[in-house]
Design a protein around this ligand. Structure first.
Ligand SMILES: Cc1ncc(COP(=O)(O)O)c(C=O)c1O
Length: 393
């Protein structure tokens, strides 16, 4: 019903993925499969809501009203089985700002903050740029499945450890954490009295047969020590509208977060983001279901073509997100060589695994939210570069 196949021309739109390739990666003609936004048009229902709001030509300070809140509470109830109250919902212009605000609000300089690498790299930046210390609790790769290493975390936590930043589902490794895994983590966080920022921005892109569990829905204790970050930005390709939600059931944590946001003057929502979120959460489900099927098709194509054509690459299972994580260690290349191969020889611009921290070396992340023709063109380029390399050896 929806069109995911047409290849759009995004170059004239001033977007980070396509419009500044020469400046950002040095390859004007590279096919970009890195930054996590989609080369798909927004659902027509959302376009219509934005158009309708634009029709009224005054875009002054907005206020979020009933429809905005009810769209989110309805969504968390229907999609994740989690009942939330309107007063728990705080505004943030994005999830990265929310993570930074949580670091400012709930830790002091020199305190330790846990991340589970390889992980979305702005988490580490939020800790270090604010003068806090990183406590890395790397994931363990068991066969082709990543798991949390809770004994390692238990050993490392000390009295200066205050906060844990959870990525759920996990970018870049593609895990959708199970209720059991999250319960074990929640139990440890309760014992060690950690606040948890649960970044659930990828919660809606879960593959068939998987179900997202909200960390805060695990138990009353988990709810009382957590901030849950939710947004329409990844799910519906609306990152440019700078609108996100932070759900904070505990009054004390909510006050702390709101004070930190207020101190930085981050109070004003985005007029179009409000309209878009309401439309997305009330009318977007049919589009989302088709999107997930399309992404799954792209994942299977990527896995079949890469593993069939290049023996040194293994594409790990994709449980959630539209980001595939490929183990390229079998190619025997260093990280700079991998970058040279993909970006400068194949002219396909990926996110380098090494950027995601411990355990990322030798991996590459592929963004699958693109028309199949774009993916196929990128795969052709990679296979040709591989053949050329073999011929030269
Ligand atoms: C785990 C995760 N958190 C946050 C973001 C970005 O959030 P925002 O654009 O709302 O700051 C991304 C984008 O890829 C992400 O993968």
């Amino acid at each position: 019903m929806y069109d995911f196949d047409t290849v759009p021309d995004r170059v004239p739109t001033g977007c980070v993925k396509w419009s500044a390739r020469r400046e950002l990666c040095g390859e004007e003609d590279a096919i970009p499969l890195w930054v996590a936004d989609m080369d798909f048009p927004v659902a027509p229902e959302i376009q219509e809501a934005i158009r309708a709001r634009a029709e009224h030509p005054i875009y002054g300070y907005p206020v979020r009203q009933d429809g905005f809140y009810e769209s989110l509470t309805g969504w968390t109830r229907r999609r994740y089985g989690w009942e939330i109250r309107r007063e728990w919902i705080c505004y943030s212009p994005g999830i990265v700002p929310a993570v930074n605000l949580a670091v400012l609000a709930f830790t002091r300089p020199g305190d330790k903050v846990v991340i589970q690498s390889p992980v979305y790299y702005p988490f580490g930046a939020a800790v270090l740029n604010n003068g806090r210390r990183l406590l890395d609790n790397p994931l363990r790769l068991e066969g082709d499945r990543y798991v949390m290493d809770l004994p390692d975390l238990e050993r490392k936590i000390d009295s200066r450890t205050k906060l844990l930043i959870l990525c759920s589902p996990h970018n870049p490794v593609g895990r959708v954490w199970t209720r059991e895994e999250l319960s074990a983590l929640a139990e440890l966080c309760a014992r060690k009295n950690l606040v948890v920022v649960s970044d659930e921005i990828h919660a809606d892109i879960v593959m068939p047969g998987r179900r997202h569990t909200c960390f805060a829905a695990i138990s009353e204790d988990a709810a009382s020590r957590s901030l849950t970050c939710l947004a329409v930005s990844k799910t519906f390709n609306l990152a440019g509208l700078c609108t996100a939600n932070v759900v904070i059931p505990d009054r004390r944590l909510r006050d702390g977060f709101s004070t930190a946001a207020g101190n930085l003057g981050l109070g004003t929502s985005n007029v179009f983001g409000i309209a878009a979120q309401e439309a997305a959460y009330t009318k977007g489900e049919p589009w989302l279901e088709e999107l997930i099927r399309y992404v799954r098709g792209n994942y299977l194509r990527l896995k079949t073509v890469l593993e069939g054509g290049i023996p040194g690459i293994r594409v790990l299972p994709l449980e959630g997100t539209y980001l595939a994580w490929a183990d390229c260690r079998g190619l025997g290349m260093s990280d700079p060589e991998l970058k040279d191969f993909f970006l400068h020889k194949a002219k396909v611009w990926l996110d380098e695994g090494i950027k995601f921290g411990t355990g990322g070396s030798g991996f590459q992340r592929f963004n699958l939210a693109c028309p199949r023709a774009t993916l196929d063109a990128a795969l052709d380029r990679i296979l040709s570069a591989y053949e050329a390399r073999r011929a030269a050896d």
